[in-house]
Design a protein around this ligand. Structure first.
Ligand SMILES: Cc1cc2nc3c(=O)[nH]c(=O)nc-3n(C[C@H](O)[C@H](O)[C@H](O)COP(=O)(O)O)c2cc1C
Ligand code: SF4
Ligand code: SF4
Length: 428
């Protein structure tokens, strides 16, 4: 069996599966039960000034029968007293010395406030700190969370203040509510961060009740923007992870978060550069035991691939993630319909006819049976027909050998510029 031991900037855990800072990590009771279930680490629900929460505070987006496709909350940081949390962290660490306990922290952007809380939580034996510069609601209105996390200079200075006193590794958790997440990732590194984690939740409004006209959730009739997470945010998280992982200035390891629900998602995040992964919504939806499938799935996958340690997986897809300017514009694929598996539902024809390139037509064979075929001369290989097709494998996207050399936009521009320069030189 492959070795799942993980090491994120010196924080060692028996496997890469951590619970994200959120309701599942709100108490010693929960974190201890999670460790018993198999989770390798937990980022404790964010500690900070005493907070009063609202009721209600959660909403979910269900789509086409899928419950909790997306999840939205207006919850704040821990509303349990700091000394209670610290006592429970200490007890939990003593019971589970080999598991990773990371304290998530959020205070006002003041040096002495950061020094004070870092010293307090490190005194109870945490393995690391995670700075919450991501919470988009409530705290942000008081200059904390995303209000700090959207300003690279504030991320850098507060990370620096923490590093002035921290004895354990410091992870900076980033907000996705920013145009370019690499700006704050780079700022965290400049401030001395040992690792970064991403993403926190995305600004959102889950829904509006069309009968009462209230937004959902609402507190006594008044709603506010909340943070979005769960399966729906996974593509956004993966993109931001990839942007950070391929950035030369982001030289620290990454803990990936956002919509991770199963072992396949875990593999994707690790291939895209995550050293550990964190889960919140899937644990809230299905309970702690989902980690069993994640452990089994990841172990089997590594064994099947002949990979001995999970660390060998990290970042393997990053070199395959680039700018559009580098993709081969001469590469060609076309759609090909497999008539033996096609159920003649016509969805592909409608999609191509109405919204793509009008190149799927219906024909009759020698026996008079009707079938669909693609005019490959006209097909631009956009994938739409295969995406809408309800039958796995009924439409294959087939590469076509067109004899053209590899040519990207950047190659093309380079060739044009070189030509212009040489003809200019020749003309002289
Ligand atoms: C109800 C709720 C409360 C959360 N509270 C915190 C928090 O206190 N600190 C924090 O850093 N992130 C908090 N988060 C964000 C999660 O840690 C995580 O970044 C986000 O949910 C994305 O992961 P997911 O898609 O697996 O849920 C919270 C998320 C939810 C749903
Ligand atoms: S790949 Fe796009 S263009 Fe080609 S047949 Fe399918 S929908 Fe039409
Ligand atoms: S969508 Fe798929 S199953 Fe339906 S007609 Fe097209 S190829 Fe056949």
């Amino acid at each position: 069996m492959a070795d799942l031991t993980s090491n994120l900037a010196g924080i060692v855990s028996p496997n890469p599966f951590w619970l994200a800072s959120a309701p599942p990590t709100n108490s010693g009771y929960q974190v201890q039960r999670a460790f018993e279930a198999g989770w390798g680490g937990a980022v404790w629900k964010t500690l900070g000034e005493p907070i009063i929460n609202s009721t209600s505070r959660f909403a979910a987006v269900s789509f086409n029968g899928q419950r909790v496709a997306g999840f939205n909350n207006i919850e704040l940081i821990s509303d349990r007293p700091l000394d209670v949390n610290l006592r429970e962290i200490e007890e939990t660490k003593k019971r589970f010395p080999d598991h990773a306990i990371i304290a998530s922290l959020m205070v006002e952007p003041k040096q002495e406030k950061w020094h004070e809380i870092v010293k307090k939580v490190e005194a109870v034996g945490v393995d690391g700190l995670e700075l919450n510069f991501g919470c988009p609601h409530g705290m942000a209105e008081r200059g904390m969370g995303a209000a700090s996390g959207q300003v690279p200079a504030l991320v850098e200075s507060q990370t620096y203040w923490v590093k002035e006193v921290a004895q354990t590794p410091v992870i900076v958790k980033l907000t996705p509510n920013i145009t370019d997440i690499t700006a704050t990732a780079e700022a965290a590194v400049s401030g001395g961060a040992d690792a970064i984690s991403l993403i926190n939740t995305i600004n959102s409004l889950a829904s509006v009740d069309i009968h009462t006209w209230n937004t959902v959730p609402n507190v006594d009739g008044l709603g506010t923007h909340g943070g979005y997470c769960g399966p729906a945010v996974k593509p956004i998280a993966l993109h931001m992870l990839g942007e950070c992982a391929r950035n030369d200035l982001v030289t620290v390891p990454i803990s990936g978060i956002g919509g991770i629900s199963n072992w396949q998602n875990v593999v994707e995040f690790m291939l895209m550069g995550s050293t550990t992964i964190q889960v919140c919504t899937a644990a809230m939806h299905h309970g702690f035991r989902i980690v069993e499938d994640m452990i089994d799935g990841l172990s089997n996958y590594l064994d099947e691939k002949g990979i001995e340690s999970v660390s060998e997986l990290i970042g393997r897809s990053v070199p395959k993630y680039s700018d559009w300017g580098n993709v081969n514009l001469n590469h060609q694929v076309v759609a090909r319909i497999q008539t033996d598996t096609c159920i003649n539902c016509n969805k592909c024809q409608i999609a191509c006819e109405d919204t793509a390139h009008q190149c799927i037509s219906r024909y009759k064979d020698a026996s008079g049976a009707s079938y669909l075929a693609v005019n490959e001369e006209e097909c631009v290989g956009c994938n739409l027909c295969s995406i809408v097709c309800p039958v796995e494998g009924a439409i294959e996207m087939v590469p076509i050998a067109n004899g053209l050399p590899t040519l990207s936009w950047n190659d093309r521009q380079h060739a044009i510029n070189t030509l212009q320069t040489s003809s200019y030189m020749g003309g002289k």
